[in-house]
Design a protein around this ligand. Structure first.
Ligand code: ADP
Ligand code: MG
Length: 820
């Protein structure tokens, strides 16, 4: 048993505008427990914090300041937890902090760069790497991904992937068995045999999470997401199985309701998140107080699910994410206060071992049989009658399966019946003779001679040959993947450069379809058991669905999509990633070629060694002398060259594998960005249609329009804005992706719009489908564009463009996000 308090870490998010930054300092001198000091100026203390203190000091296990990168966070926070999970203990890492403080960035990662990948993908990578290294244990890895929103659980790994809102996802419920163990009903568990399969599941869940989010539910802010890795391990031949769970938790934003001041429907939702965080706090207070017998876990779904992680059988770590800008100081202080409470909680992690009853039965049956056999010997029981045909057949089957069993520890169990033992020997002899006769016809006598003299070497060659064959297959698969990907990348580049008239054709969808084949690279060994699911299928059909949606678009809509895409900040990211992908592909291709060369070289060296060896043997036979006892220098040299080439081969192969993971990650990031773009386009399009409807004839149209889509940050700001509106207003404004720039004057533009918009009764405009209507909306968009262009060069340069001109070092979110 390992007793440990919950480990608390702090991570400070980079501040973009230094003048907005609050005053804080990190004291690293106190080596064991560093502390974070936050200074609240008197004027702020009067306004925000109900307390006139100036300085607040909090202790953490470690504090990661703005410059800490994802690798450092993984190495220091997640790796130790992953290690204890590999050793058989449960682990939990949860991120707590206000919206925008970097919880998702820390747990899942940024959506743009490979280097921004967060704790989940890095942990998966680490765990699978370790599993591969340990061949003495049989491991099974399963994944689940749960989202809790408004006290209701949703399975993000829904195999039907038809979700367009949270309600479409399967609902997950919690129940407790008589032993007070918590179970989650309806939460699917997916076996992942490789890192790649696990990553696909993560991206599938994240895509579902994104698609299911609407401006109304703001799920990313208001829900808790729990990504769980369930690891089972077993020694071969043992009936004991170890189970360990790792929960990686992205909690809802911890900001207080009072501050957001929402009303109506939104209030209920905010109450729920805050209620569940409130219950989390209650549980933590109860746990941190001595002699409390009742811990109110059952009050909320989240605390029920995380019961083991809080004061139970688990090694738990909390990351307090802090945004230390002046206006966020009070929230940051409450996050730190919460962390101090959490640090008092003691957990007791035990190894979760259980006996697998099926394996136990098999073991006991064997034992009984052995005892019976021993008894037969002791009592001298004689068996004289001949074995029946059925018994002989059974015996032969046993021998065949014994010979085919790759497990070196497998045994041929026939008991102590001498008739059976004799028959086994006869049968094996027969098999051996048959093989020899058959072998003679194919193997040359020279090789046979060599076989007799050098059985070990031949064995070694055979092993090498098999290994090479296997590597050959893997490389062929990789090379095929590369060819396909290269073609797709070229197609994508080609299609993005295509002129618009071409874009009208159905096959020229703005994005190439999903790339499931490319991901099916290295063969995975274990079959999917828990659910008959195929993650590649998930991904491909998810993207296929999106592509089909786009292919069904009318010409007007496709053109509008091109305009939308061109001006969307994510296009820059997609293009950047495309370029990186291209580079990686060419690196992988060059590496593949070098690998092939090395492989041929290894082949040649082996051939030379064999020939050299045969020469030596022939020399020995012709001169009738024994093999020279002196080492053959040439052969030694060849062997050391062979070793060197093998090392080179291995190194290149490892690099190729790492490249493959990076390529896949980038592809998944791009797929996700594309789905997001599509989703935002749909929302924007619907909004434009509404705008046209409401403003037709185009009076005041500019009041409602915003040129282009936004980042999650600005959406969040919008929702904050909404929080201050009545519910009715909120609903009206909701589909708008961004606030209206102040510089626009509706009156001066409405007249021109009136001129350019085709007349059509607003009430007859359906939002989708009708291409005549679509072309009206397109005309509306274009007309407005041309007016805006005339008006100000900046209007058509929405935030997305600004971030292109001046990229933020921390991604677009930070540049246009929390800063007011
Ligand atoms: P939360 O999940 O807490 O609401 P996010 O993780 O979505 O916050 O972060 C908000 C924005 O800030 C995102 O655009 C994210 O990329 C960025 N961000 C957060 N933390 C960091 C960091 N440590 N470094 C760079 N960018 C960050
Ligand atoms: Mg988040």
């Amino acid at each position: 048993m390992v007793k440990q308090t919950i480990q608390i870490f702090a991570r400070v998010k980079p501040t973009v505008r230094k003048q907005q930054q609050g005053i804080y300092s990190i004291d690293e001198d106190e080596k064991l427990t560093p502390s974070l000091e936050i200074i609240v100026p008197h004027d702020l203390a009067d306004g925000f914090v109900n307390n006139k203190r100036e300085s607040y000091k909090f202790k953490f296990q470690r504090i990661f300041d703005q410059g800490a990168n994802q690798e450092t966070i993984f190495e220091n926070i997640a790796k130790p937890v992953a290690e204890s999970v590999l050793a058989g203990y449960n682990g939990t890492i949860f991120a707590y902090g206000q919206t925008g403080s970097g919880k998702t960035f820390t747990i899942t990662g940024g959506a743009e760069r490979y280097s921004d990948r967060g704790i989940i993908p890095r942990t998966l990578s680490y765990i699978f790497e370790q599993l591969q290294k340990d061949s003495s244990t049989i491991y099974t890895t399963r994944i689940s991904y749960l989202e809790i929103y408004n006290e209701c659980g949703y399975d993000l790994l829904d195999p039907r992937h038809e979700a367009s809102s949270l309600e479409d996802l399967p609902k997950v419920t919690v129940f407790e068995d008589p032993d007070q163990n918590i179970h989650l009903k309806n939460l699917s568990l997916h076996q992942a045999a490789t890192e790649e399969e696990a990553l696909n599941l993560l991206f599938l869940g994240d895509t579902n999470r994104m698609i299911a989010e609407t401006p109304m539910n703001q799920a990313s802010t208001r829900s808790h997401c729990i990504f769980s890795i369930h690891l089972s391990s077993k020694e071969p031949g043992s009936a004991t199985v170890r189970h360990a769970k790792l929960h990686l938790v992205d909690l809802a934003g911890s900001e207080r309701v009072a501050k957001t001041g929402v009303g109506g429907q939104l209030l209920t939702e905010a109450k729920y998140i805050n209620l569940s965080l409130h219950y989390l706090e209650q549980v933590i207070i109860a746990l941190s107080e001595k002699h409390r017998s009742h811990i109110p876990y059952r009050n909320s779904m989240m605390t029920s699910v995380l019961r083991d992680s809080l004061g139970g059988n688990c090694m738990t770590t909390m990351i307090a994410t802090l945004s230390l800008e002046k206006r966020n100081i009070d929230e940051s202080i409450s996050t730190c206060r919460f962390a101090q409470r959490v640090a008092l909680i003691k957990n007791e992690a035990v190894l979760n071992e259980e006996i697998d009853p099926r394996l136990m039965i098999i073991r006991l049956q064997k034992e009984i049989q052995e005892l019976k056999d021993e008894l037969a010997i002791v009592t001298g029981e004689q068996r004289t009658e001949a074995l029946t045909d059925a018994e002989l057949l059974e015996l032969e089957k046993l021998i065949t399966s014994f010979l085919e069993d790759q497990d070196p520890e497998s045994r041929l169990e026939v008991g102590t019946d001498m008739r059976k033992i004799h028959h086994c020997f006869h049968y094996l002899k027969k098999l051996l003779n048959d093989k020899k006769i058959h072998g003679k016809s194919t193997v040359s006598s020279e090789i046979k001679d060599q076989d007799c003299q050098e059985p070990l070497k031949e064995k070694e060659y055979k092993k090498l040959r098999d290994l090479l064959q296997q590597r050959d297959n893997e490389i062929n698969i990789l090379v095929n993947m590369l060819k396909k990907e290269k073609k797709k990348a070229q197609d994508a580049l080609h299609s993005s450069g295509m002129d618009r008239s071409e874009c009208g054709h159905s096959q020229s969808s703005p994005f190439p379809p999903g790339n499931p084949e490319g991901l099916r690279t290295l063969p995975s060994s274990a079959p999917t058991q828990v659910q008959d699911v195929n993650t590649f299928g998930y991904r491909s059909s998810l993207l296929h669905r999106k592509t089909v949606m786009r292919e069904e678009m009318s010409l007007g809509r496709q053109e509008a999509f091109e305009i939308f895409k061109r001006d969307h900040a994510d296009s820059v990211t997609i293009e950047d990633n495309k370029q990186i992908l291209k580079q990686r592909f060419s690196e992988a291709k060059a590496l593949g070629e070098s690998i092939n060369e090395t492989r041929s070289k290894i082949g040649r060296l082996k051939e030379e060694i064999t020939q050299r060896h045969m020469q030596q043997v022939a020399l020995g036979i012709s001169e009738n002398v024994a093999m020279p006892s002196m080492p053959d220098l040439l052969e030694e040299k060849l062997r050391s060259q062979l070793e060197e080439e093998k090392i080179r081969y291995k190194m290149m192969f490892t690099r190729l594998k790492a490249l493959k993971v990076e390529i896949e990650h980038l592809q998944l990031l791009m797929d996700k960005a594309k789905v997001k773009l599509q989703k935002e386009f749909e929302a924007w399009w619907a909004e434009e249609a509404t705008s046209l409807q409401v403003n037709s004839p185009a009076v005041n149209s500019l009041n409602h329009m915003k040129p282009f889509p936004q980042t999650p940050e600005s959406q969040r700001e919008r929702s904050q804005l909404l929080c201050n509106q009545s519910d009715v207003n909120a609903r009206k404004i909701l589909p708008l992706p961004c606030p209206i720039p102040h510089s626009r004057e509706p009156s001066s533009t409405s007249a021109s719009l009136e001129d350019s918009i085709p007349e059509k009764p607003a009430s007859s405009i359906p939002l989708t489908g009708d291409s005549q209507t679509d072309s009206d909306i397109l005309a509306f968009i274009k007309a407005r564009q041309s007016i805006l262009q005339k008006k100000s060069p900046f209007v058509l340069c929405p935030q997305s463009h600004l971030s292109f001109v001046q990229p933020s070092p921390y991604g677009k979110g930070l540049s246009d996000g929390l800063v007011t």
